[in-house]
Design a binder for this molecule. Structure first.
Ligand SMILES: [Cu+2]
Length: 182
């Protein structure tokens, strides 16, 4: 191999490396663009979902989650359903004049304003799951379909546990895990 050939070989390799780097950069851009586009497709992001395990022979429980509206339009959670439950309702909890906690179905659904998030949690608004087809033990998961006015059907697999921390990775992703003990 002459000196010239060696130099040309190096130049070609270098060119290939540059093209490869450009292609990878472009791929990264496309990936991010597509991810953003996919999110905007629904405008709704659900995280920190968890459902209480059933107690004894009880076939009723409640699920909680955080709904984020990352779209430009207000949306409404109209209802929910599960292939494992006879009936799923969105309930709100209120204190009566006698100081008794009562819950009742939300008639007009749950409004999720644009750019805001609504967290369903114990003592407040929750997803009531009735007529489960079996016991729901800790660690099991409940398939849930949320029905939004604009975003349509959003499917969530809800882990049974004692709090949002039982949703693997979810709480961490939302930046609500306390790392100060490290
Ligand atoms: Cu309820």
């Amino acid at each position: 191999m002459t000196d010239l050939e060696t130099r040309m070989g190096r130049a070609t390799r270098h060119r290939i490396e540059i093209v490869l780097a450009l292609a990878l950069t472009l791929a990264a851009f496309l990936f991010v663009a597509l991810a953003v586009w996919a999110e905007q497709g629904t405008g709704i992001s659900v995280s920190q979902a968890w459902v209480r395990p059933t107690i004894g022979e009880g076939r009723i429980t409640a699920a909680y989650l955080k709904i984020q509206n990352i779209g430009d339009d207000a949306d409404v959670l109209r209802g929910a359903s599960s292939p494992k439950a006879a009936r799923v309702e969105i309930h709100e909890t209120e204190m009566t004049d006698e100081g008794v906690m009562k819950m009742r179905p939300l008639g007009d659904g749950l409004a999720i304003p644009a750019g805001e998030s609504v967290t369903l949690k114990p003592g407040g608004t929750h997803i009531m799951v009735m007529g489960l087809d079996g016991a729901l033990a800790k660690g099991a998961s409940l398939p849930l379909t949320l029905d939004f006015e604009k975003a349509g059907a959003v499917e969530v697999s809800v882990p049974a546990g004692t709090g949002p921390a039982d949703a693997p990775g979810e709480a961490d992703a939302a930046g609500e895990v306390d790392h100060s003990h490290h």
